[in-house]
Design a protein around this ligand. Structure first.
Ligand code: 13P
Length: 258
């Protein structure tokens, strides 16, 4: 059975000492659960010091981005090969990167391939903008984002990856309109259906699909209870240890009931 993943995307927040304090608090307030993985994605600068402090039996690390080439004259970039051994996951194609840094479908595809090549599990982010949603283009956008990103992967590689559905309009920094769980359920099922069409049922059953967009301790249960929802990618609420621990608690309780 798929595990539930609760991932904290700290985005461009928390200097090293602040991140260290938050990790300390999370150690105090989040216990392990065999069916739930807790993942922290701090800034690139903070990954290394946090990795030394982290209880790896309870938490896994993710990077928020990396560059698709393994090495060379790419001033300012960090490669997936440099992250090998340090992180378990890398968030790829977050809407903030697609929108602010012009990451194209092909850039995202190359990053997914580089992650897999370097033994890091990609957490591919997908999601439509408000404009695309209003124009009825959600399915087309999700189709293009998913199929392009995984086009070079084998069924085995796809079965091990994570896909997050984060409608841009629901992300707190882009407006934070609350998505209805019934709407989210449809899009998560659509993403799993896409994987099934491309790689077969067995792969679709294994791929983990998360929801992200203004998830907090009050909204988490509505999303986590959905059949196709394997967890949450949490932004602003993950900066507060009480909120993030409460979200983890919701996941623990749901797994106990299952
Ligand atoms: P918020 O939870 O702040 O809406 O952010 C969601 C997100 O972008 C996680 O990657």
């Amino acid at each position: 059975m798929r595990k539930t993943l609760i991932a904290a995307n700290w985005k461009m927040h928390l200097a090293t000492h602040e991140a260290s304090v938050l990790v300390h608090r999370l150690h105090q307030h989040i216990n392990g659960h065999r069916d739930v993985e807790i993942i922290l994605a701090p800034s690139m600068l903070t990954l290394q010091p946090i990795s030394v402090e982290l209880d790896r039996r309870r938490f896994r690390l993710a990077a928020q981005n990396a560059y698709h080439k393994d090495e060379g004259g790419y001033t300012g970039e960090v490669s997936f090969s440099m992250l090998h051994g340090l992180v378990h996951y890398v968030i790829i194609g977050h809407s903030e990167r697609r929108i602010y840094f012009n990451e194209s479908l092909e850039d995202v595809r190359d990053k997914v391939a580089a992650a897999v090549r370097n033994g890091i599990v990609p957490m591919l982010c997908t999601g439509e903008t408000k404009q695309e949603r209003d124009a009825g283009e959600t399915r087309q956008v999700l189709h293009d984002q998913v199929t392009t990103a995984i086009s070079g992967l084998t069924a085995q590689e796809v079965s091990e990856m994570v896909i997050a559905y984060e409608p841009v309009w629901a992300i707190s920094t882009f407006g934070g309109e609350l998505a209805k769980p019934t709407d989210v359920a449809r899009e998560l099922a659509f993403i799993r259906h896409q994987i099934s069409e491309l790689y077969g049922e067995a792969t679709a059953i294994q791929v983990r699909i998360l929801y992200g967009g203004s998830v907090n301790e009050h909204t988490a249960a509505g999303y986590l209870a959905l059949e196709d929802c394997d967890g949450a990618l949490v932004g602003s609420a993950s900066l507060n240890y009480r909120s993030f621990a409460a979200i983890a608690d919701v996941a623990f309780k749901l797994r106990h009931q299952a």
